[in-house]
Design a protein around this ligand. Structure first.
Ligand code: ADP
Ligand code: MG
Length: 328
């Protein structure tokens, strides 16, 4: 059976061109560029809670890093370094090397695409658990915070919301499909949103100096926008009909669960950000340049609370909230 050190050497030691000292010593050494602040964030993925035990390990490697890159995007930071702490059950280590190889390939494919060096971590035996810490650089004093939204800002969202939650509902058999090949193919497309999310890293950096506030949508639009409102001490009105829906979401929108997925579904990893309404054309230009749909879904107002309205301005009452790990 592979030893801890075999695992580290064979699967998780790769070149670290952007690092003073990488894997192999008691600590790694990094040198942030002058004038930059370090942005640091951690996310833990627990088997059975955040992913299915039998998920494709390549996709799991991708997602473990992707959710962390998304936090960098939400701060406007450029991700540079990561650590990876793994608890691995004997069933994975004993079986064969293919699981670890695929997991590492998925992780490093995304890391290399963003020039992120894996500089350390910890490897231990236990129920499958993956903890990544990401470190990035952001120009001093310029990071996008949750606390900067002001009345008069537009609220923007990148990409499509709700597909990941829709795919999860389907996997958990809360949404049944007709035995129809077209529907199955559509659900496969939504499954990509769940298993292989694309963090909006480039977009986040380009929002510096333009957005007043930003957050990544990991727990659902209402919950995450709610965090901006709370931190910024402002209110918001969101137009439900303005929220962009994918073809899959559109098709299933009459299902009672679909609206919940759209407003409160987790795992989207899109950015929600606020920009003064005088800067609309800049956001539209950014959308074209980055090739990412950016949609204006509402506005920030004085006061407190979050109102969801339809196209006629009528309040849409929703029971739905975001994902909370401790809610019963
Ligand atoms: P220590 O005994 O000081 O905790 P370890 O033996 O745990 O050191 O780790 C040896 C080296 O391997 C360290 O540089 C550590 O950061 C790195 N490392 C351990 N696990 C991983 C991993 N899963 N991915 C990347 N680097 C790792
Ligand atoms: Mg250790």
């Amino acid at each position: 059976m592979l030893s801890e050190f075999d695992i580290i050497r064979s699967f998780f030691t790769r070149s670290t061109p952007g690092t003073v000292l990488g894997v192999g010593d008691d600590a790694a050494l990094i040198r942030p560029a002058p004038g930059m602040e370090l942005a640091i964030s951690t996310d833990m993925l627990v088997s059975g809670h955040h992913f299915f035990e039998d998920v494709d390990p390549y996709k799991l490697g991708h997602k473990s890093l992707a959710v962390n890159l998304s936090d960098m995007a939400a701060m406007g930071a450029r991700p540079r370094w990561a650590t990876l702490s793994l608890a691995l059950p004997e069933s994975i280590v004993q079986k064969d090397e293919s699981w670890l190889r695929a997991f590492a390939d998925g992780f490093f494919a995304l890391a290399h695409a963003h020039h992120v060096d894996l500089i350390g971590g910890d490897t231990t035996n236990g129920p499958l658990n993956i903890c990544v810490t990401i470190m990035g650089e952001v120009p001093g004093g310029k990071a996008l915070r949750r606390s900067g939204a002001r009345p008069g800002d537009d609220i923007w969202v990148s990409g499509y919301l709700g597909d990941a939650a829709l795919a999860l509902a389907y996997r958990k058999k809360k949404i049944m499909l007709k035995p129809d090949e077209v529907e199955a193919a559509e659900m496969e497309a939504a499954m990509v949103a769940l298993e292989m999310p694309v963090p909006r890293v480039g977009l986040g950096q380009r929002l510096i100096g333009l957005a007043h506030s930003a957050i990544d949508i990991s727990d659902g639009l209402l919950a995450d926008l709610g965090h901006i409102l709370e931190s910024s001490r402002v209110a918001a009105v969101v137009r439900i009909d303005q929220i962009r829906r994918s073809a899959t979401m559109e098709k299933h929108f009459s299902h009672p669960l679909a609206i919940e997925c759209l407003l409160a579904g987790g795992d989207d990893y899109e950015l929600c950000f606020t920009v003064p309404s005088s800067e609309r054309t800049k956001v539209e230009l950014l959308s074209r340049e980055e090739g990412i749909p950016l949609t204006r879904i509402g506005s920030i107002e004085e006061g407190e609370g979050l109102a969801v309205v339809d196209s006629a301005g009528r309040t849409v009452t929703t029971e739905v909230r975001g994902y909370d790990h401790f809610r019963v």
